[in-house]
Each structure stands twice: as C-alpha cells, then as structure tokens.
Ligand binder design. Structure first.
Ligand code: AMP
Length: 293
C-alpha cells in the first residue's frame, strides 16, 4: 500500500470528512519525522485501534529554543514515507511552515502546571511551541484518537492537559518507550552521537532502571538521586540538567514513593541532549501500609 502525502489542510479535511461519512474511526500520530521504530510502534498501535491513520510530519520551528538544534534536525521525508507505507499508514500529512504559521499568526497555547520544571526550565518556550502545534494538528486532523510516546513523558502530560482544558474531542493514547537492545531509548537525535558517545549512551537508561529499583525498595530519595547523578557523570555525560522523581499521574513533585512515580532525566553527552524516563513502582513498604489500612 502507498501512503498518500497531503500538504494542505483543506485537502486533509475533505479526506477526513469522506472517511467520517463512511463511519470510519480515525487516528493521528504527530511526529517531526526522521521516523524510527519508536514512531512506527505508535503507528502500529494506531492501526490496531482505528480504521484510518494519519501521521503528521512537521519540524515545528516554534518548539526549538535553539536555532542550531533546529538547523541540525534530520529531515528524511522520502524514507519516512516509505516506512509509513510499509506499516500501512494511510496519510502522511506534511504541511509547510508558511501554511502552519502564515503572516499575522498570533496565537500561543500555553499550558501551566505540567509544563513547569523539568524540560520546561531548560528549554524556555518549548512547551508553548509544542502545545500550539499539537492543538493545531489535532484540530486539523479531526481524529478520534491521538497517539503519543511515553519517551517524552512531560510532553504527554502537556498534551493530555490541553485536550482536557480546551475540550478537544479526541482521546490521547500513550505508547511505551521503544529502546535499542542495549537499553538506549530510540530518538532522532541519537544519530548525532559519535561512536564513543553511542557506546556510553545506554548507561543513562541503565542507571535510571537501577535507581528506580532502589527507590521502590524504599531507600532515601535524596541519596539515590545524588548517587545516580554521580554515576551519570562518571559514565561520561558532561552535564545532568535534571534528574527528578515525580508522580506518574500528574507530574507533582513527591517526597515519598507512596504512589506510582516516574524518574525523569535530561543529560548532555557531548553536543547531544538526551532525555529518558522510567516508571518507579510503589515502594514495598507503602504497598504494605496501604494493604493494612
Ligand atoms: P518526535 O518526532 O520526536 O517529535 O516524536 C513523535 C512522537 O513519537 C512523540 O509522541 C514521541 O514521544 C514519540 N517517540 C519518540 N521516540 C520514541 C520512542 N523511543 N519510543 C516511543 N515513542 C517515541
């Protein structure tokens, strides 16, 4: 099957309207392209739940707080289209920046609370850019379901919140992080790693998992996070931007693992910023307390 490439929103809308008349269920998977198995896992999940799947490809200038990062972002539309055809996506929607943000465009969607802290602190304006473009893409597609990866865990919360706050009639579905066999989370930015850096990179996920296990067994949060930061630096990372434990369901800061939690990290390996996160299961002592109550 070939995947139709659509660039104009009016064309997308008329295709979607025809699908609706047939009573078909429609899913959208927003991406910035340079597709890898992480993106494709979301497309497959979408195909399993919907009759028609739209994958959006838009390298959104508004979510880059660093011009060099935007310039270096990989653009591989031809290969992306072939990958989407092989998994069976129906449409690749790849609008132009000038159509997404025409002269006079003056609206920003800014989500409070869950955008604050973590990447929100280190990438000023990033989540406003994400929230604005995701709002547009969800409304343009008019889909019933939208798929996002847990790899970008804070982004997932930002999207869930804007959909709820703005009453956008779409269901957000999260897919698990897809990893290389050595544990490194797949990311379009991994191609920027040198051979030595690529060799070191999986330590980040390994340290996260070890620390998550320690936290579940009830060790001090402060001590575990300090040790983990040191281990990340010792593994050759140049800087740890943040390493934090947050509540899984609302990203609130937590002082005890008395509910399901997430350990989230952003760290620099040479010129490349990597983010990752893992779930932290309820501490056994908290589980016992809750069972006894
Ligand atoms: P991006 O193209 O990086 O903006 O990502 C598009 C979507 O793919 C987002 O919902 C990401 O969270 C998701 N994604 C990126 N990497 C992965 C991964 N390794 N596993 C699962 N989902 C991912």
């Amino acid at each position: 099957m070939s995947t139709a490439i659509v660039r104009i929103v009016s064309e997308l809308r008329s295709i979607v309207a025809a699908w609706r008349r047939e009573g078909l269920k429609i899913a959208v998977v927003p991406t910035m392209g340079a597709l890898h198995e992480g993106h494709l896992s979301l497309v497959r999940a979408a195909l399993a739940k919907a009759d028609r799947v739209i994958v959006t490809l838009f390298v959104n200038p508004r979510q880059f707080n660093n011009a060099a990062d935007l310039a270096a972002y990989p653009r591989t539309e031809h290969d992306d289209a072939a990958k989407l055809a092989s998994v069976g996506a129906h449409i690749l929607y790849a609008p132009n920046a000038a159509d997404m943000y025409p002269p006079g465009f003056a609206t920003t969607v800014s989500v409070g609370d869950v955008s604050e802290g973590l990447c929100g602190t280190f990438r000023p304006g990033h989540f406003d850019g994400v929230a604005t473009v995701v709002t547009k893409l969800l409304l343009q597609s008019g889909a019933d379901l939208a798929f996002f990866g847990e790899k970008d865990f804070q982004q997932l919360h930002v999207v869930r919140r804007l959909v709820r706050d703005l009453d956008i009639p779409i269901q957000i579905i999260a897919g698990p992080t897809v990893r290389e066999t050595d544990g490194l989370a797949l990311s379009s930015r991994n191609t920027r790693l040198s051979l030595t850096e690529r060799h070191r990179a999986p330590r980040l996920a390994e340290i996260l998992v070890q620390t998550a296990n320690q936290l579940s067994s009830g060790v001090s949060i402060k001590g575990a996070l300090t040790d983990a930061r040191e281990a990340i630096l010792a593994a050759g990372f140049s800087k740890v931007e943040y390493l934090e434990l947050r509540a899984d369901n609302d990203l609130a800061s937590i002082l005890r693992v008395d509910r399901p939690a997430r350990l989230l990290v952003a760290a620099w390996l040479g010129q490349t910023r990597l983010i990752d996160n893992v779930q932290v299961n309820l501490a056994r002592s908290a589980m016992a307390q809750q069972a006894a109550a």
